[in-house]
Design a protein around this ligand. Sequence first.
Ligand code: GDD
Ligand code: MN
Length: 369
Amino acid sequence: MSSEAWPTLAVVVPCYNERLNVAPLVASVDAALGGSGGTQIAWEMIFVDDDSPDGTSDAARAIAVKDRRVRVIRRIGRRGLSSAVIEGALATSAEFIAVIDGDLQHDETRLPLMVETLRAGADLAVGSRHLAGGDAGGLASPFRKRLSHSGIRLAQVLTGSILSDPMSGFFMVRRRLFEQLAPMLTGQGFKILLDLILAASGDLKIVEVPYQFRPRRAGESKLDLLVVAQFGGFLIDKLLRGVVPSRFIAFALVGSFGVLVNLAVMAAARTTGLDFSFSQTVGTIAAMAVNFELNNRLTYRTTRLRGSRYWRGLAVFMLVCGLGAIANVGIARMLYADNTAGLLASAAGGVVGVVWNYAVSSTLVWRRA
Ligand code: GDD
Ligand code: MN
């Protein structure tokens, strides 16, 4: 039996609705790595497609049946750039792993330089649009440019690194290192590179390689508001981790929303001629019910209550929050009587209230089964 060694480089391509870009990308990568004149690098390409309706997998398979260097992973019922990259990267035994977008926006002619960089001792080579010699010309709109710049600033602060393009989706890493870090990756959203850098907690030798970000040829971008919101959540979580549990943050955010519900329902009840204290009671009950539902779906989604446990949970939650409200008002009154400024007294009462609600409801209402 004959055996063949794994190629030196695996090029992982996350793709969703990129049918028209598949063949040109394979041709360009082949030209860049096997091409005449330059260094020859044994490669394979792994397309990771999330069952795109446009038939991206079929387009990749059509090439794969003729060229065994091309492989396809078709995921059903899954979505996500980062998780696609992780799955593709874990499916190879090549020495180096490159990640490149499937829409021809990244410059594959930089791949040989990235390989050289790793061979020279770097752990990670990052394609940068913002380094001298690089170009972000392909960013579609002024809004995208602003978004990209704010994201970069935040990411730089977070990673404590001066990477000029920490959001880059174009990079190369040693497989061994990737495998080591893989269990620590969140696999969420678009921020796979940032995830890798954070997982390595500062132990990486990173070299940036400038490139020109091209405009998209076919298809459209999948970076939408949901991806941006996910990134925002990720930043908040990283910034506050270790100081405040992220569950508490979610609980407090839901609570703030509850205050708005309370006010809105109260005001609406008043317009129907109900008196203040009755309106306020109705508003408070509505807010508690909404908070319970949101916490059950978001904050405690992993231990979500259903069926009869849902109703029991709702009753206990209202009782707990009722006591929390009494504590809130009691403490604010006490401090106020003790000459604390009104606003401060009220804020202190609010903090005690939300901490109480969180502490007690997380053990009594959503205790782990
Ligand atoms: N499998 C899979 N699943 N692939 C996906 C998914 C998904 O849910 N979403 C996007 N992709 C693929 C796209 O098909 C494309 O090949 C690549 O991931 C990048 O997605 P685009 O939608 O083209 O992203 P972009 O060009 O707007 O964003 C670029 O800039 C970001 C930073 O600003 C990319 O380079 C990103 O990687 C980068 O983070
Ligand atoms: Mn793109």
